[in-house]
Design a protein around this ligand. Sequence first.
Ligand code: AMP
Ligand code: GLY
Length: 442
Amino acid sequence: MNVLIIGSGGREHAIAWTISNSPNLTKLYAAPGNAGIAELAICLPISVEDNAAIVRAVHEHSIDFVIVGPEVPLVNGLVDELGKTGIPAFGPTAKAAQLEGSKGFMKDLCARANIPTARYARFTDIAKAKAYVEEHDKNSGGAPIVIKADGLAAGKGVTVAMTKTEALQAVDDAMLHSAFGKAGTELVIEEFMEGEEASFFALADGETAIMFAHAQDHKRAFDNDEGPNTGGMGAYSPAPIVTPALQEEIMQNIILPTVKQMAKDGTPFRGVLFAGLMITKEAEPIAETAEASRYKIVPKLIEYNARFGDPETQAMLPRLKSDFLDVLYKTATGKLKDVKLDWHDSAALCVVMAAKGYPGNYKKNTVIKGLDKAADLPNVVVFHAGTLNNNGVVVANGGRVLGVTGFSQNLKQAQHYAYLAVDNIDWDEGFCRRDIGWRALK
Ligand code: AMP
Ligand code: GLY
């Protein structure tokens, strides 16, 4: 097959790297790709948002299968457009991608299918939204509340408000000051959940789903989970908190009911369902009288993404033994029942190197050295995210720039290799967290 990957991040480099050895691959293309992807694929200078140009390129290069990395083209209906010309693509249709594209859509679906998630309400009216915050404050004494822009906001649309003032400000920012453009004209306001977060991935073919893998991400910019929220500063897989019993529970109570409900509603979901989970602890009914410390673990859905995670993918794919291209193709063409996933009995850990200043303003075109030295280390792969090849010199071209991944028989070893590689990369204008994996290794 000739295959086209849509996207230019670390996730797409990891996908390209994994399928580049597939016996089913003839020629690999990427649009637009990056300096790392360019070592494995022919990069086409096409925007991920230009459906018409992508469809033209598919015909021009006789592409047999398209793998869509990011959410924006999914919500823009790229898979629908490709489908009209008979080209199979990995990823949901625009309607099914609403699971990520509209938080209100996702919450309503959860309500219909009885999926455990935070209690919520939807608002298009600013006065009603504020009244709801006031009411909540009265009932719970100003406990935290979560304000979410309904639409895609590049990971910035969520405010976990610790006070009423902060919550009202978040409503104003979205609805009055249009901080998220059209994405914030509607809000979801929901209950605050406490617990540990995990990223859970399942493949769905419209009718059924199987677990893919799980991981944990590090959202804050700096060590000890301090600093601003980012797209993700590092990840590891597997996530020890997701025990085999929890995996089963997540599939039965969250993933499978979602896939069934989507099919029932006439918007079958094909692609990868990325469930952001809160692993909560609930007091057992008996706990009030006997042992106050008795509780049960309940995984609840925070949100869905309709795509693979970044940087979670960089930490999952090095563990995969199966032919990933074959897995993606079968999922996309409704043959999930023929898929059997094989994994190495190992762990992987990805450290994101970002440009100093990220997630705020940062410099571009700074030179990165030592990439070959790092990549030559055993048990290491250096994924590119925001890079550009400037006449043979690799320069930074984005906020998150590299995903330096180590893999080994256990997480501690994987972490060791990842940081060994990081220390071989010579890039003064970059930074990374030094504590990726702490939760699992503590
Ligand atoms: P999202 O964009 O929906 O993933 O939200 C971003 C982050 O906000 C999540 O990863 C959580 O850390 C936090 N968050 C979202 N919703 C809730 C909630 N209901 N309770 C607590 N934290 C939340
Ligand atoms: N790492 C979180 C995400 O991909 O949305």
